[in-house]
Ligand binder design. Structure first.
Ligand SMILES: NC(=O)c1ccc[n+]([C@@H]2O[C@H](COP(=O)([O-])OP(=O)(O)OC[C@H]3O[C@@H](n4cnc5c(N)ncnc54)[C@H](OP(=O)(O)O)[C@@H]3O)[C@@H](O)[C@H]2O)c1
Length: 267
């Protein structure tokens, strides 16, 4: 983190098994690293960045933990089931059964066109990756949460805050609230919680082009209560708490991790 040290617990996830989509880069990579550092067996799912995903898995293993990678393109029909079948195969060989304790839906893409000008194929793609995939991954994941579980899905402030090019992205993220509240009700009796974490501007590959526009990062900081930009580790801290046993009484919630973005009024 930029100005503070995360409080890494040595064994909060000891004996726990967690799958993270979008684990090769950015926020998902920080989540995977932290889960591994806190004792979880972590499946790091990625689409193209096998090198980065393998590096994260190897670092966890070198540190005495357990981790493996799964390649998946979540835009494709049937990909959620295939990803969880890959989970089944590897966890059965590593630990004897396919129990899943927590799932983090982090993979996502952004839109780059005004809502009224977006091409149909671009809309379908963003909805497939950001909205449809978290639903089917959660449904497949929940089948493996025999001892209860945690589903954490990454939303975005764009769900309620329109920008010039992010209308379709906002739509895809807003739907995650309805999804999460339904999952919370349907799965609550099975000891499974579902929550959304909505990051503010966070320094990743995804935002590099925006944050490199002169003065843009300064403007974001100026309206942020914590007076700095978010780092992936800032978001990972909340996600990991929601993925832990401690969060059992919190479900169906949309929680912002933005350092208080837009709380400071522009003068
Ligand atoms: N950064 C921010 O400021 C911010 C703010 C609000 C919300 N968010 C949300 O936070 C999440 C992570 O964002 P980020 O900034 O960390 O993004 P990022 O650095 O661009 O990483 C995106 C991740 O998603 C994976 N991914 C993309 N398309 C995929 C597909 N079709 N199938 C499977 N995996 C796919 C990528 O895999 P590969 O790299 O292997 O291709 C990568 O691991 C996203 O849901 C995003 O909407 C981010």
């Amino acid at each position: 983190m930029a100005d503070e040290k995360p409080n890494i617990y040595s064994d909060r996830f000891s004996g726990k098994r967690v799958l993270v989509t979008g684990g090769s880069r950015g926020i998902g990579a920080a989540i995977a690293r932290r889960l591994g550092a806190e004792g979880a067996l972590v499946a790091i799912c990625y689409r193209t960045r096998s090198f980065e995903a393998e590096q994260i898995a190897q670092a966890i293993v070198d540190n005495g933990g357990q981790a493996f990678t799964i390649q998946v393109d979540l835009e494709k029909s049937g990909s959620a089931q295939q990803m969880l079948e890959a989970w089944d195969e590897t966890t059965r060989s590593l630990v004897g059964d396919n129990r899943l304790d927590a799932l983090v839906n982090c993979a996502g893409i952004t839109s780059a066109a005004p809502l009224t000008e977006i091409f149909e194929h671009a809309y379908d793609r963003i909805m497939a990756i950001n909205t449809k995939a978290p639903l089917f991954v959660s449904a497949e994941g929940a089948k493996r949460m025999y001892q209860g579980g945690r589903i954490v899905t990454i939303g975005s402030g764009a769900a309620t805050q329109p920008g010039s090019l992010n209308g379709a992205y906002g739509m895809s993220k807003a739907a995650l609230l309805a999804m999460t509240r339904s999952l919370a009700v349907e799965l609550g009796p099975h000891g499974i919680t579902a929550n959304v974490v909505a990051p503010g501007y966070t320094k990743t590959d995804n935002t590099a082009h925006m944050l490199s526009v002169p003065d843009f990062a300064e403007k974001v900081k100026r309206v942020t209560a914590r007076d700095r930009l978010g780092m992936p580790e800032d978001v990972a801290a909340l996600v990991c708490w929601l993925a832990s046993d401690d969060s059992g009484w919190v479900t169906g919630q949309w929680i912002e991790a933005s350092g208080g973005y837009k709380m400071v009024p522009p003068i």
